[in-house]
Ligand binder design. Structure first.
Ligand code: CTP
Ligand code: CA
Length: 228
C-alpha cells in the first residue's frame, strides 16, 4: 500500500497486460484453444501494480482468480480481446502475454454440429486469421503506448526468431522463451526467458514466473526512469 504512494516507480503510469489463451468457438459446445494457463501474464500484471502502475488485465479464459488492485476484463475470443483493448484509454505500457489463437473457425455454427451417420466423413475445418493485437498496439500511433512488450514462444532459434518477430510487429521488447520438447513452460510455474530488444539480447536464468514478472516490471520501471 505504501509503495503505491509517492515513491512507487510506476505511479501514474497506465499499463495494459493481455493474458491467457483465447477460445475460438466452432459451435455452441466446441472451441479451439491452447495450453496457456495465464500464470505469467497475471504475475506481470501484479508486479506492475506492485510498482505503482494503474493496471488493466485483459484476460482470456483461465482458472485463475482476478488479482486484487487492478481492473480485470474477461474475454473469450481474440476478437473480444481486441475489442477490449481498443476500448481502453491510452496506455503508457502494454505487455502482451496472451496466447492469442492465430486462427479461428471460419464459420461458427449456431447449433451443435451433428454427425449425419455412424461412419460419415468428418466435416472440413476451415480457419481464418485472427487480428494481431500486439502488432496493432505497436502500430497504433499517435496513441501508441511508449513501451510495447510482446512475448514469443519458440521451439528453436529463439533469439533469432524473436528478433524477427520484434521487427515484424514493431514492438519494443520481446520476452522470448523456449517451449521446445524438454520444456515444461506452458502451464508450469517456472520460466527461462531472454529479453530481446532491437539492439540487445539478455538471457535470464531459470526463475519462477513470479520472479520473471518482478524482473520484467523492474526493467520497465528502469526504462521509464532513464528515457522519459
Ligand atoms: N499476439 C497477439 N495477437 C495475435 C497473435 C499474437 O497479440 N493474434 C502477441 C502475443 O500476445 C505475443 C506475441 O504476439 O506477445 C507473439 O505471439 P506468437 O504467437 O509468438 O507470434 P505470432 O506472430 O503469432 O507467430 P507464430 O507463427 O510463431 O505463432
Ligand atoms: Ca501465434
Amino acid at each position: 500500500q505504501k509503495l503505491r504512494e509517492g515513491r512507487a516507480p510506476l505511479a501514474g503510469r497506465r499499463a495494459l497486460v493481455t493474458a491467457g489463451p483465447t477460445h475460438e468457438p466452432l459451435d455452441p459446445v466446441r472451441y479451439i484453444a491452447n495450453r496457456s494457463s495465464g500464470l505469467q501474464g497475471y504475475a506481470i500484471a501484479e508486479a506492475l501494480a506492485d510498482l505503482g502502475a494503474d493496471v488493466t488485465l485483459v484476460s482470456g479464459p483461465t482458472q485463475l482468480r482476478n488479482p486484487a488492485g487492478m481492473a480485470v476484463i474477461r474475454c473469450e475470443t481474440a476478437r473480444d480481446m481486441q475489442a477490449a483493448v481498443h476500448a481502453l484509454k491510452q496506455q503508457d505500457i502494454a505487455v502482451c502475454t496472451a496466447a492469442v489463437a492465430d486462427w479461428r473457425p471460419a464459420a461458427q455454427a449456431t447449433q451443435k454440429l451433428k454427425k449425419q451417420s455412424r461412419n460419415d466423413v468428418p466435416p472440413p475445418l476451415a480457419l481464418t486469421a485472427n487480428p494481431d493485437i500486439l502488432a496493432e498496439l505497436s502500430q497504433s500511433s499517435p496513441i501508441r503506448p511508449q513501451l510495447v512488450v510482446g512475448f514469443a514462444a519458440e521451439t528453436e532459434n529463439v533469439a533469432q526468431y524473436a528478433q524477427a518477430k520484434l521487427k515484424r510487429k514493431q514492438c519494443d521488447w520481446i520476452v522470448a522463451n523456449n517451449v521446445g520438447a524438454n520444456s515444461d513452460v506452458m502451464g508450469g510455474s517456472e520460466n527461462e526467458v531472454m529479453l530481446i530488444t532491437s539492439q540487445t539480447s539478455d538471457a535470464w536464468p531459470r526463475l519462477s514466473k513470479t520472479e520473471v514478472a518482478r524482473k520484467l516490471a523492474v526493467a520497465i520501471a528502469d526504462w521509464f526512469s532513464r528515457f522519459l
